[in-house]
Design a protein around this ligand. Sequence first.
Ligand code: ITT
Length: 211
Amino acid sequence: MHRRITDRLVIATHNPGKLAEMRELLAPYGIEAVSAGELGLGEPEETGNDFRSNAAIKAIAAARATKLPSFADDSGIVVEALNGAPGILSARWAGPNKDFAAAMAQIERLLQERGATTPDKRRAHFVSALCVAWPDDHREEVEARVDGTLIWPPRGTAGFGYDPMFLPDGHTRTFGEMTSIEKHGLPPLGLGLSHRARAFRKLAEICLEPR
Ligand code: ITT
């Protein structure tokens, strides 16, 4: 049986870009959302082998620490020509200073080394695994992706992380050139565009009721 999110929810992320998006996605549901940063929660070690298990690690740690339902996202960019890298290591490729310009340049360098110069050789997708964990260890989990190509040089200053390099299929602007509303692609404008918005729509179907 799926469980509904009714009242308060901890957003178990320390990434300000994600936090802003998760708050926007939750906004129509009248849920009071407080972030891990605001509660002074630590960051658990992400020891899982896939997005889903790392999302669960983060959500469970926050639920146990706060005794509240807790919502985590584990995400990243999967580059086909790099055998799926950086994948679950997407945040780590930016190093301790969270330098995503350097992380994007590193991807580009590796693509050039492999002769990946045409769009068909530069395929990538973002993945978002979402987990809501309750203090009694009940969990709801969903996952989604968005496919596209990597462009160089990066374009746009909106969003976060690898957004300026990612051109979603069917669009002429990168995520870095879109407003957050366009990136989410939610109704009335669309049916869910970003990996996070698509995963969130699945979660909303099973756990949330619009107010
Ligand atoms: P938390 O674990 O505290 O949530 P984090 O940034 O460490 O924050 P992840 O381990 O899930 O989170 O790393 C995901 C990385 O993948 C993130 O830092 C971004 O660089 C990248 N990423 C994920 N979603 C993205 C998006 O919508 N746009 C651009 N980059 C994204």
